[in-house]
Design a protein around this ligand. Structure first.
Ligand SMILES: Nc1ncnc2c1ncn2[C@@H]1O[C@H](COP(=O)(O)OP(=O)(O)OP(=O)(O)O)[C@@H](O)[C@H]1O
Ligand SMILES: [Mg+2]
Length: 396
């Protein structure tokens, strides 16, 4: 294309985006140019240095899958390609010359106007709009839809022109929401299944093993004297039964500590901290209100975040102290696990098999919260998460 078009060819392209006509033998830009704001005269293609390139560019604009809309300094629409018509549902003739605000939900109009003005003052030629967040457009029928947009500016003799390229991401956003709802559901089912297995192990298997142990003790106590081999076999059996009961309880608790359901989050976190200190000999300080209460699914999420963070401290940190902090205020819960250990570079690539911190982030996101991992080599690690809590009784 050999560089950006000048003002004349730009207007030609605008016209081309809605069709060219031939008048008196020479191709002339027709239709919407006269509706432009400010109105501009039609431009003869013969005045352009490369009319073929210009026509090709016009074709390109109309064959683009993305909406391409250009506004002038007053944010009046001066170019509107075919895809824009399809996405917004407005025919070109009704939007050309209208303010850009027409294509936006009312509550975003002021912000958008400011955004373009600020962009004009930056001198940057192009950038993505919305800072990575999804922004919204408004169709002719008044319905709203999510879109992704980038903006660029072109300086002409008649002032700046801002071109926004935007894509309707309704389907993608819907797919993400469905995926997220599915992940939340799968997580809940996994937790329910763990609870069921933990309870069966604890209530059924551990109880049966305990009953067997009582019987074995009874046998040993009533064994006729003079049978040392049998007595020693019974002692072995008792030791094995003790180990089996302990293993069953440990496996059940690792799956899900039943005290989380029976005694609540504070008791379950105290149990985690005790276990951690027993295993690692590292003191774990708890900063939380003993009366703190949290219902599901938040209690499980906080418990699992603390569990993974402490497992990481045990595995990677080589710390000499850990603090677990829990802060509950109406409508929100915040949790932080801070160690003074080795720390790590959070920007470095994550080992493929490392899923723990990913799980922490995902748990927080599934509940519409967020998790932050702060660390640097030699400076310890803090894993913190904040979750908005829908109080039981609140409307969904
Ligand atoms: N508290 C910590 N101190 C030092 N390094 C840490 C700490 N927590 C995490 N890391 C580093 O971050 C990496 C990723 O942690 P993550 O929990 O995601 O995976 P993992 O612990 O290696 O494996 P997994 O949790 O899947 O069993 C770890 O391999 C470790 O290098
Ligand atoms: Mg881990």
């Amino acid at each position: 294309m050999g560089g950006l078009p000048d003002r004349a060819s730009w207007q030609t392209i605008q016209g081309n985006a809605h069709g060219l006509s031939r008048s008196h033998g020479a191709p002339r830009v027709c239709c919407n140019l006269t509706e432009l704001h400010p109105p501009c005269s039609t431009v003869s293609l013969s005045s352009l240095s490369d009319s073929h390139a210009t026509a090709r560019l016009a074709g390109l604009l109309d064959s683009a899958m993305d909406a391409i809309i250009t506004v002038d300094a007053a944010q009046t629409i001066v170019l509107y390609n075919r895809a824009a018509g399809r996405i917004f549902g407005w025919p070109a003739k009704e939007v050309l010359g209208q303010p850009m605000a027409l294509l936006l939900p009312e509550r975003f109009r002021d912000g958008h106007h400011r955004h373009i003005s600020q962009f004009a003052s930056t001198g940057v030629t192009s950038r993505r709009m919305g800072d990575g967040t999804v922004i919204h457009g408004r169709r002719a029928d008044g319905s709203e839809f999510p879109l992704e947009a980038s903006i660029s500016q072109l300086h002409t003799d008649d002032g700046p022109l801002f071109t926004v390229i935007l894509r309707d991401v309704t389907e993608r956003v819907r797919a993400q929401e469905e995926l997220s709802a599915f992940a939340a559901q799968a997580n809940t089912i996994r937790e329910q299944e763990k609870t069921r297995v933990a309870r069966e192990l604890h209530d059924e298997l551990a109880q049966s093993l305990t009953a067997l142990k009582m019987d074995a003790i009874w046998l040993r106590d009533h064994l006729p004297t003079g049978l040392p081999d049998m007595a020693s076999k019974l002692d072995d059996m008792l030791a094995m039964l003790d180990a089996s009961v302990a293993a069953t309880r440990r496996i059940a608790a690792d799956l899900r500590p039943l005290m989380l359901d029976d005694l609540g989050l504070v008791a379950a976190i105290e149990w985690l901290a005790q276990n951690f200190t027993q295993r690692t000999k590292v003191p774990c300080q708890l900063q939380m209100d003993d009366a703190l209460e949290l219902h599901e699914p938040y209690a499980t999420a906080v418990f699992r975040i603390v569990q993974e963070s402490l497992a990481n401290v045990a595995k990677h940190a080589n710390a000499s102290t850990v603090v677990v902090q829990l802060d509950r205020t109406p409508g929100r819960v915040a949790v932080a696990v801070r160690d003074n250990g080795a720390g790590f570079d959070t920007e470095a690539a994550r080992p493929a098999a490392s899923l723990g911190l990913l799980g922490v982030r995902e748990r927080a996101q599934l509940l519409k919260g967020h998790a932050t991992i702060t660390s640097a080599p030699g400076e310890g690690t803090t894993v913190s998460a904040e979750l908005p809590v829908r109080e039981s009784g609140d409307a969904a």
